[in-house]
Design a protein around this ligand. Sequence first.
Ligand SMILES: NC(=O)c1ccc[n+]([C@@H]2O[C@H](COP(=O)([O-])OP(=O)(O)OC[C@H]3O[C@@H](n4cnc5c(N)ncnc54)[C@H](O)[C@@H]3O)[C@@H](O)[C@H]2O)c1
Length: 260
Amino acid sequence: MDKSLSLKDECILITGAAGRIGSAVAKIAFHAGANIILTDINYKAMNDSAKELIKIDGSRVHCLECDITVAEDIEKMISSCLSVHSVVNGAVHTAYPTSRGWGARFEDIKPEDLYLDLNMQLGGSILFSQKILKCFERQKKGSLILVSSIQGINAPKFEHYEGTSMYSPIEYAAIKAGIISITRWLAKYYSDKGIRVNCVSPGGIKDNQPVAFQQKYKKSCTNIGLLESEDVAHTIIFLLSSAAFAINGQNIIIDDGWVL
Ligand SMILES: NC(=O)c1ccc[n+]([C@@H]2O[C@H](COP(=O)([O-])OP(=O)(O)OC[C@H]3O[C@@H](n4cnc5c(N)ncnc54)[C@H](O)[C@@H]3O)[C@@H](O)[C@H]2O)c1
């Protein structure tokens, strides 16, 4: 097997491709030589974020609208991928569906929002995994990357949020711990099939957070503090590549030492 960091001529499918992490993965996968299939519920935002790549080589970029919480939508999207490229070599699930009540304080969570968020985020990840792994099983190869978070590993550092409107929801911790768990389950379940399933746990990504938060957050880290999306995307590209052929069922923490 050729073990390299290149994704040349590979087909990489990215959900949530208009988002912070999804668009960074798209850019870096594209520059690593991949044909990229971008999917998001927000077609316009996805198309806008892919403009630069389309300008460079539109034949290597395909945008497909898809609601990742709807099984039929996922199936349709995967068969559209296969009609463009006969194989999907890798998939990265960064879609991040949230309810209207997302981010409520623990005391104020409404059951209808809670069930929706658990369904859409954890259920959606399981559903997407089920559909894409069926495709990988047929192909006898494929690499799936799920996205957890440092909040799935450690308790939040609540003191960082003091004096801001920011919050780290309990459902987020449960969902993200669940993502690490389903990664291990799936990697083992699909043993001997040429399939790998891994997960990344990013730290916070720069997004105009209040300066007071940024400063406190940085004190918990080793060198950098809040990350750029690209910092996370590079590790995802490595995991997708054949250079990571022996890594399976793992959760790679990308957090500048926040969890230490
Ligand atoms: N941003 C961070 O600081 C951070 C840190 C750690 C982990 N993460 C995780 O990374 C993942 C991506 O986060 P992000 O910051 O890039 O999010 P984002 O909000 O920037 O992007 C998410 C994308 O998902 C799309 N989306 C929402 N609902 C959808 C649906 N039903 N179907 C298809 N697409 C849908 C949105 O349109 C959006 O483009 C999430 O799982 C998040 O928990 C983010």
